[in-house]
Design a protein around this ligand. Structure first.
Ligand SMILES: Nc1ncnc2c1ncn2[C@@H]1O[C@H](COP(=O)(O)OP(=O)(O)OP(=O)(O)O)[C@@H](O)[C@H]1O
Ligand SMILES: [Mg+2]
Length: 224
């Protein structure tokens, strides 16, 4: 991690899945630290692909992706897990751990970071309460509704107060009131210095919480 380097840089990034058509053509953009940016674009435009590239869940066909100045492809494999701890991800398909309770799912990133169970319990409970899941703490994900799973996924992504938060339509499965509450949570994190990149289809939220936008269209990205 380089001091003062931007949070995220795409340099001439092109992406093509196997035999498919190109999803990205030499895309360039920079997210400075502490910024809050939306990703917009129609279904299939490549929004989730862009986030996957950013957390190194996919390798680009060409170009370079730098996270806090580090080219993740050049980072020694052994350092990748530790580096990833700076990044919180809310996946479009949640990816909760099915054999763990709601509370254990949220606590997992802290466990991995070596925080003792007795220390993390209060923080985890407070966050579960904030996302309205305190009464579901001991339930398994399979017993939760879509919106509840989404809120759980958000709690897990933010529990470590990541330096970079990548959120893929994090309010796509909840009602307007809960969406607003979750936005306040993201705004709070943003105020504390987290860089946020969030995919959304929700025009109302963008109007209410205005931030710069990156628009994906036909494999190109332009700022709005
Ligand atoms: N694993 C994959 N293999 C092949 N093609 C893929 C794969 N994942 C995505 N694609 C294709 O890449 C394109 C971009 O997909 P992506 O999931 O990034 O879109 P999106 O903008 O997130 O859409 P949505 O709003 O529906 O979530 C689509 O045409 C999709 O079919
Ligand atoms: Mg998507």
């Amino acid at each position: 991690m380089r001091d003062n380097a931007p949070a995220l840089e795409f340099r001439d990034v092109s992406m093509r899945y196997d035999e498919g058509r190109a999803v990205m053509h030499q895309v360039n953009f920079t997210l400075e630290r502490g910024t809050f940016t939306y990703i917009r674009g129609r279904s299939g435009a490549g929004k989730s692909t862009l986030l996957k590239l950013a957390y190194h869940g996919l390798e680009p066909t060409a170009g370079h992706i730098l996270v806090f100045g580090e080219d993740l492809r050049r980072l020694p494999r052994a350092r990748l897990p530790q580096f990833r701890r700076n990044i919180g991800v809310v996946y479009q398909d949640f990816r909760l751990l099915g054999h763990l309770t709601a509370l254990q799912n949220v606590a997992m990133p802290l466990h991995v970071a070596g925080v003792k169970s007795t220390q993390l319990r209060a923080d985890v409970k407070e966050l579960l309460d904030w996302v309205g899941l305190s009464d579901k703490a001991s339930q398994l994900p399979v017993t939760l509704s879509g919106g509840e799973k989404q809120r759980l996924a958000i709690a897990r992504a933010v529990i470590t107060k990541p330096k970079l938060l990548l959120a893929d339509e994090p309010t796509g499965n909840v009602d307007d009131k809960m969406a607003m509450k979750l936005m306040y949570l993201f705004e709070e994190l943003h105020k504390m210095g987290t860089t946020i990149l969030m995919v959304t289809h929700n025009d109302g939220l963008v109007e209410r919480f205005p931030h710069p936008q990156l628009m994906l269209e036909d494999g190109y990205v332009h700022a709005v």
